[in-house]
Write a protein that binds this ligand. Structure first.
Ligand code: KDG
Ligand code: MG
Length: 401
């Protein structure tokens, strides 16, 4: 079998997505997601200008060799644009391989290790009362795990909280907006939020929280300690993780489980964190180079009692979600999968076979990863410039969003 064509599509059904379609001489095609929130066109160009010409004529079954060719062969390694582009190719090739063998992708990854993939939903409120209601709404929909975010008194817009009544979508049309941040106000407020959530919803539901890189290690240690009575499933991205050693400080002070990695590109970004058991959950998904490296990172994590917790925000297309579910159902050290349902208009462009029931997602049982792409419909939604917001401290200092 040979690759005869590859095309890159950029479309905006509700939000921007980059999709790669690789076609073979046997008529089988594979689909990969090359979406990098706010930097979509850079990945589209990397793919169509630099990668697609190198793919023509290759054997799509050689997922490992093609991965090495694109990673080592480029001389320039790592970086979000490179790794997102390689991910799109890698996932499309695994899709082709599974379709050619006429089996669901999970069977190429070791087969099913569990019956369903436990997911967590997003409960966001402007106030504690709203957040309590939102968690309640998720519990009624049978979610077993819910991430809770809340507006901070004294600050305007806060990460994770939608402006209107529509579901939360972090990218906004036009140039980046700016939001105010105060770690002091946040640290004072969040333990109260979780105390109230436990009072209203009891101890059974798994509660999660995303700090979104906003704290320093000692502040994160203080937050983790304050949250211990409310036994969170995890505290996510407590600090920016360029300095992996910083997590030692958090670990020395608290037993609240720590999750990190949605912006990691390679295993080297997590090497110390895993090897020293400084984290409990690795949040990398397929965007960091695809399935080929994710399998290796997961195996390395398994040896260190670290579980997986794939990123699953709406800026990853249904292709990433669909393929991640095959990984989740197969990998022995699966922890949990994030699930932020896409808008209906997105799902119309990406027909898919995965489904949600009683707190679990189930991957498609059809050959491949089970997510398709409607090119004709996608063409009706051209790219629209959109960015994530930026964050500033109250004195104007630019801070982590
Ligand atoms: O592109 C950025 C989003 O994916 C991110 O803000 C969402 O933190 C996030 C999460 O945990 O889903
Ligand atoms: Mg996050």
């Amino acid at each position: 079998m040979k690759i005869v064509d590859a095309k890159v599509f950029v479309c905006c059904p509700g939000r921007n997505f980059v999709t790669l379609k690789i076609v073979t001489d046997e008529g089988i095609y594979g689909l990969g997601d090359g979406t990098l929130n706010g930097r979509e066109l850079a990945v589209a160009s990397y793919l169509s200008d630099h990668i697609v010409p190198c793919l023509i004529g290759r054997d799509p079954f050689q997922t490992e060799d093609i991965w090495q060719y694109l990673y080592r062969g480029a001389y320039w390694r790592k970086g979000p644009v490179t790794m997102t582009a390689i991910a799109a190719v890698d996932v499309a090739l695994w899709d082709i391989k599974a379709k050619a063998l006429s089996t669901p992708l999970y069977n190429l990854l070791g087969g099913k290790s569990r019956t369903g993939v436990m997911v967590y939903g997003h409960a966001n409120g402007k106030t504690i009362a709203e957040t309590i209601d939102e968690v309640g709404r998720h519990v009624e929909c049978r979610y077993l795990a819910v991430r809770a975010q809340c507006g901070i008194p004294g600050l305007g817009g806060t990460y994770g909280v939608a402006a209107g009544r529509e579901p939360y979508e972090p990218a906004q049309k036009g140039l980046p907006s700016e939001q105010a941040w105060s770690s002091e106000k946040y640290l004072q407020f969040i333990p109260t939020l979780f105390a109230e959530l436990r009072k209203s919803h009891g101890d059974d539901v798994h509660l999660l929280h995303d700090v979104h890189h906003r704290l320093t290690p000692i502040q994160a240690a203080r937050l983790g300690k304050a949250l211990e009575p409310f036994h969170l499933f995890w505290m996510e991205d407590p600090v920016a993780a360029e300095l992996q050693e910083g997590f030692r400080i958090i670990r020395q002070h608290t037993t609240t489980p720590v999750a990190v990695g949605e912006i990691f590109d390679t295993v080297w970004d997590a090497r110390t964190l895993i090897a020293e058991q400084l984290i409990d959950y690795l949040r990398m998904s397929l965007r960091g180079g695809g399935l080929t490296p994710l399998k290796k990172i997961a195996a390395f994590a398994e040896m260190h009692h670290v579980h997986t917790g794939c990123h699953g925000a709406t800026d990853l297309s249904p292709i990433t979600m669909g393929a991640a579910l095959h990984f989740d159902i197969a990998v022995p050290n699966f922890g949990i999968q994030e699930y932020m349902p896409h808008a209906n208009v997105t799902l119309d462009v990406f027909p898919h076979g995965y489904r949600f029931a009683d707190g679990y997602l189930y991957p498609a049982d059809t050959p491949g990863h089970g997510v398709d792409f409607n090119e004709t419909l996608a063409a009706k939604f051209p790219y629209e410039r959109a960015y994530l917001p930026v964050s500033r401290k109250l004195d104007g200092t630019l801070w982590n969003w």
